[in-house]
Design a protein around this ligand. Sequence first.
Ligand SMILES: [Zn+2]
Ligand SMILES: [Zn+2]
Length: 250
Amino acid sequence: MGDLINIEELSDSYAHAMRNVLPAGPGVCTTCKTFIDPEFTSCYRCFTQPNLLDEVVPITYSEHLGQMHTALRNYKDGYTASVRAYALNRIAAIVWRFLAAHETCVANAVGVERFDLVTTVPSSSPEADDRRGAFRAIAEWCRPIAPRYERVLRATGNVPGGRDVNLNRFTTTRQVEGANVLLLDDTWASGGHAQSAAGALLTAGASKVAAAVVGRHVQPNWEVAGRKSSEILADLPRVFDWDLCAVHVT
Ligand SMILES: [Zn+2]
Ligand SMILES: [Zn+2]
């Protein structure tokens, strides 16, 4: 695999389960783009934790136990090698296709022309980081970003589990002074690890740090202004538009 026909075919195989992420605005969290009561500007989690990211761009909403959520678990934890490979190939194609079309939008959103460095959010413990190998492999394979991909973040092992933002959770393995960094992750649930990773990059001198994540996790029963999140999801267009992103510039 690797030619563009395959990228389109592979990425389209989950398109019916993908939902375009809404731009920040009324009813959408300024930071993570989840659904919120229009009286607020951010979700509770983003409101209560420091926001160290210059922009967060999820590719799709991912409903808990829905097809995207299942794919985002299966690519690393699927029961058989073929289940893992099926999801891995398709998620890799989604990342490739989306970044080929929209990395410029994300860069423009933070006021730069392009990202100098692309890296991934590590696991919170050095031992667990091997399980992140599957997502690193995706980043290393995606041609639009592969030449700029480098693994520069490691868990310090000094912070206990949990998902709180903690500037001691991760550290950089080299100087990133002045670099504009695109941080990749598979899922945004609370955003705690992505924010901690951004903090480590900023501490090491990074200039701008934006995050692109495959799935913005959504709990279907979570009530937003009297509606279930599943109902809000059901109102979104059923056809994923590859020409749009949450920070799209036309
Ligand atoms: Zn949020
Ligand atoms: Zn765009």
